[in-house]
Ligand binder design. Sequence first.
Ligand code: XCC
Ligand code: SF4
Length: 658
Amino acid sequence: MPIKKDVSKKKEPAPVKELTTCEATQMMLEKARIDGIETQFDRAKSMKACPIGADSACCKHCAMGPCRLNAKDPYGKDGVCGANIDTIQSRNFARMVAAGTACHNDHGMAMLSVFRDVVNGEIDDYRIKDVAKLESVAESIGIETEGRSVKEIAIDLYNELEKTYTGVEGEIPFAKRVPEKTLELWRKYNMVPRGAMREIMEMMSRTHMGVDQDYRNIIQQISRTALVDGWGGSMVATEIGDIMFGTPSPVAIEVNMGVLKENQVNIIVHGHEPNLFESMIESVNEPTLVEAAKEAGAAGINLVGMCCSGLEVLSRHGVPHAGNFSSTEPILVTGAVDAMAVDIQCIQQGLVKVAECYGTPLFTTNPRCKIEGATHIELHEHDAKACTDEIVIKAISRYKHRKFPVQIPKNVNIGVHGFSHEYINYMLGGSFRSSYTPLNDNIINGRIRGVAGVVGCTNPRVPQDSVHVTLVKELIKNDVLVVQSGCSQIALAKAGLTTPEAAVLAGPGLREVCETVGMPPVLGLGACVDNTRILIACSEMVKTGGLGESISDLPVAGCAPEYMSEKAIAIGQYFVASGVFTAFGVTFPITKGTNFEKLLFEGLEEMGLGKWGFSPDPYELAHMMISHIDKKRKALGIDKARDRVLMDMADRRDIDAA
Ligand code: XCC
Ligand code: SF4
């Protein structure tokens, strides 16, 4: 029954400063209020998160339910079928991991299909751009490259990588990149993934009513499913992206809403798959279209990115980035966006209404993601430019007929982005002796205390960007080198932390390393699928030596402090299963005081894997990560080195001062 809204009781809206620490977004939220526009921030305030769902204490897997258990007394009652709290919440967790893994694999498999058609000559809008990367990826999984043509290697690589998705038996190809000891452990627990289709299917089947009902058995398939994300579909997406569009190397580039230009045709690409963006880059440089824009009175066409699509091309081509997930609605409030083109994932349905209010055409381009109220212009890879050209033409027409006053926040932050694993190798080792040895040495000697991956979404349940920024500042202050991806990277870029100058905010050891190399204390690696660059870096650190024999020995930790998506849960679980302590913020989908909670937060580590952590507080998150890093340093016997090096530096400064 429709409930009539009682407007008289409507509360004053929260001050925008409490909703986001991004100044540009604050400004647009103020304007949205004047214009009467609603965004995710308003919807989050008016809709309290469901407390039962937040504790993962409900099940709707069959029509004998839905069943609701009591999180305050979790073992007090069972579901109608008798399922207890551990079964119910492990199944819920499993399905989140399955959905997240499915998303990344769906994306990776689409990229691999494009690669196949590029190799067999059916697609000519894209090509193999980075032959060296092609060869190194091929070699890493045992494909012969010596004396063979690019095409021969590429065909073999396609055939091999296809097994990442379709493999019915055996191990996925990139399992070959996993350090021996880590792989042995996975084999012991039957956790080495077969193809993603098989693993996700099995995960969905095992979590159906009346199938797997022992959380200790369900966790095995949860881990195997997550691992086919990190070491499977996501890794293929990263590697194939690099092969076709180029491996990133550092570029100084502008981030924030100020990258929009009032006197230009502004086009935003938002989503995840790089191919839409790559052809959009071609389209906006098409002389006839540039000419058409000028005829419409614009100074040019200004293409910018958002979310992970934006991060792909920020890293690879230095395309400016306008903001992260929570800014995708507010940026439309500028009135300056002449077209927003989206593909898949993290595209909020709320965009439709906001776009409509400001006369911004919103285009879906992918057959797997249509949105009611948006215009669908499908991108067919065999003629990709047809789609992007049409969007540019529509954007030019919108520019010409702009009906609304334009208000663009002036905020622009320049930072350095695009640190691939290959570049870190080169940067620290130099071109003649590129290796991870200098990184390992600096960890062993204690200048760098450890490495933290801070990644993931923004979420209107917490002030946008604030947890990311506070957490990262605390980490670098304590000599922890931070690597980043996804929306988190943009939060830090807007806070100015991705510049070499930010080294002054680092502790003395990390600062010295950053200043010697000329690098920022916060290294942006790209989109969320590029978290796999962190896995490769961990593998390299193990293989280089001196820091233990498996990933779980490394003084490293991970965090998604403002996560919201199921993809983030899948990422968290693949890091945990790979051996990394991984802490999340905002909320954790679990009932406290249950066996399943104990398994995730302690038991997995006792099995030799990583473990989960949780806190909504950035300082607490930072210190959980730091104490984990210190625990690993101690186990490696390198805790004393750090005391020594810090004392040396203090002494040196005293001498300098004297
Ligand atoms: Fe989405 Fe990838 Fe999260 Fe950002 S970080 S909100 S998943 S865009 Ni991937
Ligand atoms: Fe309830 Fe069991 Fe059905 Fe879930 S599977 S809804 S717990 S009866």
